[in-house]
Design a protein around this ligand. Structure first.
Ligand code: ATP
Ligand code: LTN
Length: 331
């Protein structure tokens, strides 16, 4: 039987965090064995906010190096940069004409981001989900692994695909969101009530995958907890400690009960150091590989060129089918 198809992506907005790692790419790595995977760098989506061109270019290549360093294997998966496969922008235009303003104005991310960037509410921000629908539908993806926050975008993708199929006959596979449970939401170290994110402006709130060991230790030591000094899971009343327990559990595989036992009678200082050390150890091979990859731009270029070619073969076939069905004169 053919393997199911997976497609996912991350915007190249900055340095990846431990949240992106535990909630996304570490799981992507595991899925490579059982699925036919497409992992994309969503650099066109990044344009919905203002970027310095040089920074965007280097963030894109850094993200590619991080995918590889985290164990996404180009022999097993297709790894590519969105802007290098023109079918994404092309299908996105077509799908725009099958998406209603009303649907797009209900998107939570649009509401959040337009509040955050009130000086730049551009139409790309509004039609962001349509480009995402094109990303997914071009590859006939069965499953889209994303965090809770992106579920609504997969749902609108399904609506657009169903609408199109109804008019023109079976064209797109209807995808399902695939929300992963382990470390689905790593919270900030300074504000454990909000998720850890690349663009957090709070100092010491996010662990970045390229942070040096001393920096990781310092950030964990400074993390906000409570005054009980008992390592105990209680998300509501002890969000800081509970978050550290989630992180420790995601990395070591220990259950919450194991952790409570392991640290019974020990203070937060000792626990924070243990969490920091397990994160440092987990990231060590990734960081070494990352440095090696960054010093080899020719290899990175080879990977993205091959990735784009492989992706284009599949994407172009879907676009051809769409163009023919809607009445474009095909070359
Ligand atoms: P930004 O700050 O630029 O919005 P982000 O760090 O929130 O970025 P995204 O680019 O929106 O990250 O998400 C990339 C992937 O990482 C998504 O699949 C998302 O669900 C996952 N992810 C992001 N933050 C976390 C987190 N704190 N915990 C678990 N998963 C996360
Ligand atoms: N919107 C997503 C990134 C993204 C994506 C996609 C995820 C762009 N295209 C296609 C899954 C499938 C985000 O911000 N995390």
């Amino acid at each position: 039987m053919d393997k199911k198809v997976i497609l996912s992506g991350i915007q190249s907005t900055g340095n990846l965090t431990l949240g992106n790692y535990l909630g996304a790419i570490n799981n992507w790595k595991k899925m490579q064995e059982d699925y036919n995977c497409y992992y994309m760098i969503a650099n066109l989506h990044t344009l919905t906010v203002r970027n310095d061109p040089e920074t965007l270019r280097s963030n894109t290549l850094n993200l590619l190096a991080l995918y590889l360093a985290a164990g996404i294997n180009p022999e097993k998966s297709s790894i590519f940069i969105q802007s290098q496969v023109p079918s994404h922008a092309e299908l996105s235009w077509v799908l725009n004409c099958y998406t209603y303003m009303g649907e797009l104005s209900r998107m939570t991310q649009f509401k959040d981001k337009s509040a955050k960037h009130a000086d730049n509410i551009n139409s790309g921000l509004f039609t962001y989900p349509v480009l995402m629908a094109a990303d997914i539908l071009l590859y006939q993806a069965d499953l889209v692994p994303v965090g809770e926050d992106q579920k609504q975008h997969v749902e609108i993708t399904r609506d657009i695909a169903e609408r199109f199929n109804k008019i023109y006959g079976e064209t797109f596979k209807i995808p399902e969101p695939y929300i992963l449970k382990t470390a689905a939401r790593v919270m900030g170290l300074q504000n454990p009530n909000a998720k850890m994110s690349k663009s957090s402006t709070l100092e010491n709130d996010s662990i970045f995958l390229t942070d040096e060991p001393e920096v990781i230790l310092k950030k964990f030591k400074k993390s906000v907890t409570d005054s009980e000094n008992i390592v105990r899971y209680d998300e509501e009343n002890k969000p800081g400690i509970s978050n550290l327990m989630e992180i420790y559990s995601a990395i070591t595989g220990s259950t919450k009960e194991d952790i409570e036992k392991e640290f019974a009678g020990k203070g937060y200082g000792e626990f924070k150091t243990a969490v920091a050390n397990c994160v440092i150890e987990e990231l060590k091979p990734l960081q070494e590989k990352y440095k090696e990859l960054k010093s080899n731009p020719d290899y990175l270029e080879k990977i993205y060129k091959e990735g784009a070619e492989k992706a284009y073969q599949v994407a172009h076939k879907t676009l051809e089918d769409v163009y023919k069905k809607i009445g474009m004169v095909w070359l």
